[in-house]
Write a protein that binds this ligand. Structure first.
Ligand SMILES: [Fe+2]
Length: 261
């Protein structure tokens, strides 16, 4: 019983993810690390105030994400849970797909607690708390996005065919990580990889990345390339589109149909 009591509260309801759950030791962060967070936010905000989706900016404000210090995940989650039932849950790092999907299905976003150093302000090969919280979490305050992401997790959690998961993972990549939306006649960003990276965001907005309408069949046919800047991304007109995309995928999978018809 003692071992169970020492685990974070969510562990009992997340059997696949349990061994990855940790507590955020907020007092462990140094003044230098709070300063790095503040610098990262200061660098990204001018571009985002002009080119981030309005829903991202609204979510940032609604959750009172801090500008000058690292976020306390319990405090962020308390506000988030009241809005959409989501929770930014601390994890130890990279998770295998079944554990990751289990958490999404339960509206718990796997959130790393480590922060990049000054020598890698622009890029980290693995997500850190800046990517996860600054990049992802504000969108979880939007009900339709919150429902889309939970539904995505529920769908993936019951699929065991790796080829199908890889295909569906393209929808995640071109929405949650690198999603664009057209608002007020302009392309705006909402994907975390664009929100949290000046280089990725500037590449899309200023360097000739082709932006096509979000058509599910095209997204499913576009492989993910993790090691280079994007040459093609997809812009939605409304967040209803991505929720509908997951419902369409689910219907096709349940019917045994081709995914990209
Ligand atoms: Fe991410």
């Amino acid at each position: 019983m003692a071992a169970t009591a020492a685990l974070p509260k969510a562990a009992t309801s997340l059997p696949k993810a349990a061994s990855f759950l940790i507590d955020q030791d907020y007092g462990y962060y140094t003044p230098e690390q709070h300063g790095i967070w503040a610098e990262l936010v200061r660098c990204r905000m001018p571009q985002l105030e002009r080119r981030a989706a309005q829903e991202y900016l609204d979510g940032f404000d609604a959750l009172c994400l801090p500008y000058d210090r690292l976020p306390n995940l319990a405090s962020v989650s308390a506000k988030l849970e009241r809005r959409t039932g989501w929770n930014a849950t601390p994890v130890s790092g990279f998770m295998p797909a079944p554990a990751f999907f289990e958490m999404l299905a339960a509206r718990r976003f796997p959130t790393t607690t480590w922060l990049r150093g000054r020598d890698s302000l622009e890029y980290t090969p693995e997500p850190d708390i800046f990517h996860d919280v600054f990049g992802h979490v504000p969108m979880h305050a939007l009900p339709v996005f919150a429902d889309f992401l939970a539904h995505y997790g529920q769908l993936c959690a019951r699929i065991h065919d790796e080829a199908i998961l890889e295909r569906i993972g393209r929808v995640f990549w071109y929405t949650v990580e690198f999603g664009l939306i057209r608002q007020n006649g302009k392309v705006k960003v909402y994907g975390s990889g664009l929100i949290s990276s000046n280089g990725e965001c500037s590449n899309v907005l200023h360097s000739g990345c082709l932006v096509q309408p979000f058509v599910l069949a095209e997204v499913l046919r576009t492989p993910v390339k993790v090691d280079e800047m994007h040459h093609l991304l997809f812009a939605i007109e409304s967040f209803d589109e991505i929720y509908e995309a997951v419902r369409t995928l689910e219907a096709r999978i349940d019917a045994g149909s081709r995914l990209d018809d």
